[in-house]
Design a protein around this ligand. Structure first.
Ligand code: ATP
Length: 364
């Protein structure tokens, strides 16, 4: 498989030019993407970017205004949710409070016999084992923690043996520590079953932590679809560069392009400074010429105090202690610069970066 996680079979789920409008609002705009068989695929983006609408289009709770949703290469236009072989877990997992845990899971079998031919009781017991709640079938939901309740909701969604699991912000009601634990469990369950999973979150850290691939959505469009490492190291757009982790973004005009030691370098005039950035690694960067306008980003952890290259002198305005490092905010002639440091500097400092640590996000 290449970087796109590509294989040869038809994608488990695909969207082809899908648009969904509500009156004047375009929630999803000409969106195309494919989710591979067995893949953990995450839709991530800020509030209102169209994540939930995309998931609801896949589930069949909404139909596209234009474009096609396919399962295994076949259009599912007009196919209702219960005939799409999807298991869905929503943000407010809403277990039935008057039903015991086991009855809640068994409710997932109301339309189908248990897959594999066993009894409903066996299926429920197996699923509760899977989500690490073995022996809890007789408990009332309100005696469980939020994380446990969410795992019951997952067991209920998995009960009929769906082809695709759809999870919409399943952790957002939980506190931070619990969220981190649950996301590991969700990933483990997904891996154990090998089930194709589409996951919705606004939390970029969560998205990077659990996914095989991530689609970063903005304004109903996909800005980038790639594995977490690629999204982090090679953001395709300025939006991705700043939405996923911290970044320093500089835009300026190219004043020179040259080759040095086998590397293509460009000088970029940003304000009163000129930065030299390496161009070789990027497809976007390959066509850069003098007078192009270039946007480059540099991760805060790549900026070093007194680096000796690409220096700028700035004033420390604030510092946030994060444990392992400190996030330092600097003012550079009216622009905010972010730096990560173990020993945060104070006052006026000179920071710089290596040309190879700059990443071009927009070559034109
Ligand atoms: P959040 O993280 O806040 O849930 P989201 O990324 O899931 O956001 P959506 O819920 O898909 O975003 O909404 C995308 C856009 O479409 C928003 O502007 C929203 O107000 C609008 N929208 C969604 N559903 C409807 C609806 N049923 N009627 C009208 N507008 C809607």
């Amino acid at each position: 498989p290449g970087e796109d996680g590509g294989d040869d079979g038809p994608p488990a789920v695909s969207l082809d030019g899908v648009t969904r409008r509500y009156g004047e609002t375009t929630a999803v705009s000409d969106l195309s993407l494919s989710v591979r068989e067995g893949e953990f695929f995450t839709l991530v983006g800020p509030s209102g970017c169209g994540k939930t609408t995309t998931l609801r289009l896949i589930a069949g709770f909404e139909e596209p205004t234009a474009g096609t949703v396919r399962f295994g290469g076949e259009s599912v236009a007009g196919v209702p949710p219960e005939d799409r072989d999807v298991g869905v877990v929503f943000q407010n997992y809403a277990l039935f409070p008057h039903m015991a845990v086991g009855e809640n899971v068994a409710y997932g079998l109301r339309f189908t016999d248990p897959p594999g031919g066993g009894s409903a009781e066996e299926r429920v017991a197996d699923l509760l084992d899977l989500v690490d709640l073995g022996g809890m079938a007789d408990r009332d939901p309100d005696t469980l923690s939020g994380g446990q309740q969410q795992r019951v909701a997952m067991a209920r969604a998995l009960a009929p043996g769906p082809d695709v699991l759809l999870l919409d912000e399943p952790m957002s009601a939980l506190d931070a520590k619990l969220r981190e634990r649950l996301r590991v469990q969700v990933r483990e369950i997904q891996q154990e079953l090998g089930i194709t999973t589409v996951y919705v979150t606004h939390d970029q850290e969560e998205a990077l932590a659990v996914s095989d691939r991530v689609a970063v959505l903005n304004d109903g469009r996909a800005e980038q679809v790639a594995p977490p490492r690629t999204v982090y190291r090679r953001p395709a757009t300025e939006f991705v560069a700043t939405f996923v982790g911290d970044n320093n973004v500089f835009t300026g005009d190219v004043t020179a392009v040259r080759t040095d030691d086998g590397r293509r370098l460009a000088d970029v005039a940003v304000g009163d400074a000129t930065f030299t950035v390496a161009l070789d690694a990027d497809a976007d960067a390959a066509s850069v010429t003098v007078r192009d306008r270039l946007t480059v980003c540099v991760r805060p952890e790549r900026l070093a105090v007194d680096a000796g290259r690409n220096e700028l002198t700035a004033d420390v305005t604030s510092a946030e202690f994060l444990g392992e490092t400190t996030r330092v905010h600097l003012d550079w002639v009216g622009r905010e610069i972010l730096l990560r440091a173990e020993d945060p500097p104070e006052g006026t400092v000179t920071v710089g970066f290596d040309p190879g640590d700059a990443h071009v996000v927009d070559g034109h």
